[in-house]
Design a binder for this molecule. Structure first.
Ligand SMILES: *[C@@H]1O[C@H](CO)[C@@H](O)[C@H](O)[C@H]1NC(C)=O
Ligand SMILES: *[C@@H]1O[C@H](CO)[C@@H](O)[C@H](O)[C@H]1NC(C)=O
Ligand SMILES: *[C@@H]1O[C@H](CO)[C@@H](O)[C@H](O)[C@H]1NC(C)=O
Ligand SMILES: *[C@@H]1O[C@H](CO)[C@@H](O)[C@H](O)[C@H]1NC(C)=O
Length: 354
């Protein structure tokens, strides 16, 4: 071996310009005047690679890139948008960016990224939108999204996360939109959003959430969107909400809910609610409908899984006209059995797993 490697190492050690992340990739870009151009990149995406041209937007699509590392993108003072899309990126390190003071939109999507290390998105003072959806992310290190002073929206949906951690967002207080749909998240922890005072949209639909810990929604008074559709919730407990909360769209369809307690209904007001595909006890569903009506809200049929054939509620075996506020596994079983026995059968994604 390895004269070549030794030489390369020496060269890299000596030269501040050494950068080895990209080899012969083609990007498309727009300059300050919105003129499109294509560019071949070796080494880094950086000013010297563009000659005299400015780069305001950079799109890297379907290029053979498996890693992004330190300073992958640097010294581009006009850059506002960078998007890696459909590149088989598995590994990213910390400090991917340097000296990109105007970079607002960052995307690494439709790749194979497994882990987000701490500091990956450091030195992005202007970043407002971070999209890392449709990867294989199952680990996010502590503080991975901390101190992102301009971040308003994170789209981390369609990954493989089982845990969600509020510490990721330490000091990232401008966040308005949090999207973790389509993961495998199981719990929402205590005081999950307490320091995110600007949060308006929480998208946790299509996960495996069965537990929302007490005070999870502490500090939140108004949300435009709270999506809990298609999870494993059996109960919405009073202690999740230490305060009154107003919600524009509240999505609760496709869970295992039998009832919503009166005290819970009194704490929440919602305008647009989805309920279907839950094993509601029929008297409890009536009460919820009345609550929606009182709030001048509407119940919206949620999805392709709602509609004429699908039962909306079930009666407990000991008949009761009032809503008994406890989880009733028998009602749930009865309801699920009913769903499964429909003929012709429902699409599989409409049938809650036992
Ligand atoms: C470039 O496009 C953006 C968005 O379409 C527009 O707001 C801006 O004025 C354009 N800039 C120039 C120099 O044409
Ligand atoms: C850049 O490359 C793409 C794909 O090869 C091509 O369709 C497009 O016209 C090119 N754009 C410019 C401005 O040359
Ligand atoms: C959060 O911000 C405070 C105040 O600027 C600072 O003291 C603290 O170290 C920051 N936390 C982290 C984890 O960076
Ligand atoms: C519902 O609408 C009525 C009539 O417009 C109004 O009097 C009432 O205050 C509204 N209630 C709520 C909870 O918004």
């Amino acid at each position: 071996m390895n004269k070549q490697i030794v030489l390369l190492v020496c060269y890299c050690f000596l030269s501040v310009y050494c950068c080895r992340w990209f080899k012969d990739i083609t990007i498309s870009a727009k300059d300050k005047e919105n003129r499109s151009f294509n560019q071949t990149i070796n080494s880094c995406i950086e000013r010297v690679a563009f000659g005299g041209q400015t780069a305001k937007e950079i799109y890297v699509r379907h290029q053979a890139i498996t890693s992004l590392g330190k300073d992958s993108v640097r010294n581009l003072i006009w850059l506002q948008t960078i998007s890696f899309w459909g590149c088989p990126i598995v590994h990213i390190t910390s400090k991917l960016f340097r000296n990109v003071p105007r970079l607002k939109n960052v995307q690494i999507s439709y790749g194979n990224v497994k882990e987000i290390p701490r500091g990956a998105f450091e030195e992005l003072p202007a970043m407002e939108l971070l999209r890392i959806h449709n990867n294989q992310i199952d680990v996010i290190e502590d503080l991975a999204f901390a101190n992102l002073v301009s971040l308003k929206s994170i789209q981390a949906d369609s990954n493989k996360l089982e845990h969600w951690n509020r510490e990721w967002f330490t000091n990232t207080t401008k966040l308005e939109i949090m999207n973790f749909q389509n993961n495998k998240i199981r719990t929402i922890p205590r005081r999950a959003f307490a320091s995110l005072t600007n949060l308006r949209q929480i998208h946790f639909d299509h996960n495996e959430i069965s537990i929302i810990h007490e005070n999870a929604f502490e500090g939140i008074e108004y949300l435009v969107y709270l999506g809990l559709r298609s999870n494993r919730l059996k109960e919405i407990k009073l202690d999740m909400f230490p305060n009154q909360i107003r919600i524009k769209s509240l999505l609760l369809d496709s869970n295992y809910l039998n009832f919503l307690a009166n005290e819970v209904l009194n704490k929440i007001s919602a305008k647009d609610v989805t309920l279907d595909n839950n094993p509601w006890k029929c008297p409890c569903l009536d009460r919820i409908a009345y609550w929606v009506y009182k709030n001048n809200g509407t119940i919206r049929a949620s999805s392709e899984c709602a509609g004429g054939r699908i039962p909306v509620c079930a009666y407990p075996s000991t008949f009761s006209q009032t809503c008994l506020e406890h989880v009733d596994e028998d009602v749930t079983k009865k309801y699920l059995k009913n769903l499964k026995s429909l003929d012709p059968p429902l699409p599989e994604y409409c049938v809650l797993p036992d």
